[in-house]
Design a protein around this ligand. Structure first.
Ligand code: UDP
Length: 324
């Protein structure tokens, strides 16, 4: 298929791009490079552009005979979204509407959307299923949920089929070592612990050890970025073959605590470093674990790297090599 990947220069986008190229798809990456890395775009065609410019997207779609869109371009810092909500409503919601309008103009009928577990907010049930309540506790999650609602409307009104993938904690790196996670600022647990193992940080802070969990620290569902990428490929190919719209969770179904992540990093890296318990971080639910049964059943998706040790070791290879 001829596929447009927005945000293809980012962490998850670049892994999606690589997976699409391996399957023989023709890919155009569209990215404004505000957060993404040009070096992460390892093949296909690259267009520097911003989703605020609808005409530009329309032209790119027409010139490249685009048949499907994978939409990952977004701002994704929860804390920032609570200080500057306008940025999130504009970039993640309003600019997404430009993309949908450009699809309507070009008669592009398929889109895979990069959504998030943050649409659920404080879960009413673990493991979380797609039909659980969606009450986001921050603007980031809300902006993604609004766009999911827009997708449903564009399906009803314009016949655009969508798959929305609600990611849990994306982690790890390309096992071939070509691409990996490089955020600035870095806020995610695994890369922060790896930076501590490398001596880039003095110590790692555990944000709260008084949660009602097995060791008191928060539990999250870490999913390898290649397993996420594989799900995008399955989803866009299924849409191309006529699949109707759906929403899927994407996680391992396994939860690991912050302390377990730190201990596993120490084992994998064979390095010791200081760990300090700090205050809880505002808005952190104690446990977030996905049920990914629906995508396993409907798209035959299976995680290839479910073990925490493997997830961390691929990320460690990347961090040790110096990244981009
Ligand atoms: N966390 C931590 N120390 C850090 C960064 C994160 O204890 O320096 C915790 C955080 O409170 C959460 C878990 O690690 O419980 C995963 O956080 P991350 O930001 O990676 O992902 P989130 O679950 O917030 O999307």
């Amino acid at each position: 298929m001829n596929i447009l990947v927005t945000g293809g220069a980012g962490y998850i986008g670049s892994h999606v791009l690589k997976a699409l190229l391996k399957e023989g798809h023709q890919v155009v990456t569209f990215d404004n490079l505000q957060k993404g890395h040009r070096e992460a775009v390892i093949g296909g065609k690259f267009v520097e552009g911003d989703l605020s410019d609808q005409k530009h997207i329309e032209n790119v779609m027409a010139e490249n005979k685009i048949e499907g869109v994978i939409h990952l371009a977004a701002d994704s810092l929860v804390g920032e979204s609570m200080e500057n909500p306008a940025k999130y409503y504009r970039n993640n919601f309003a600019n997404g509407i430009n993309l949908l309008e450009a699809m309507v103009k070009n008669d592009v009928k398929n889109i895979v959307f990069s959504s998030t577990a943050a649409v659920y907010g404080e879960p009413d049930q673990i493991p979380i299923k797609e039909k659980n309540q969606t009450v986001p506790t921050n603007t980031y999650g809300e902006s993604k949920l609004f766009f999911e609602k827009a997708l449903k409307r564009y399906d009803d009104i314009h016949g655009i089929n969508f798959v929305s993938l609600r990611y849990f904690n994306a982690a790890g790196a390309d096992p071939e070592g070509e691409i990996g996670e490089a955020h600035d600022p870095e806020t995610h647990l695994i890369p922060i612990v790896l930076q501590t193992a490398l001596g880039i940080r003095d110590k790692i802070y555990i944000f709260g050890d008084d949660y009602p969990t097995r060791d008191g620290s928060c539990i999250r569902d870490y999913i390898h970025v290649n397993d996420l990428a594989a799900a995008h490929v399955l989803a866009v190919e299924a849409l191309g073959a006529g699949k109707e719209s759906s929403i899927y969770n994407l996680g391992n179904g396994e939860g690991y605590s912050v302390k377990e992540v730190i201990d596993t990093v120490k084992e994998v890296t064979d390095r010791d470093f200081e760990v300090e318990v700090a205050k809880r971080r505002a808005g952190d639910p104690a446990v977030l674990i996905a049920s990914s049964d629906k995508i396993q059943q409907e798209l035959n998706w299976q995680p290839e790297y479910p073990e925490l040790e493997k997830i961390i070791s691929t990320a460690w290879q990347w961090h040790k090599s110096g990244g981009f």
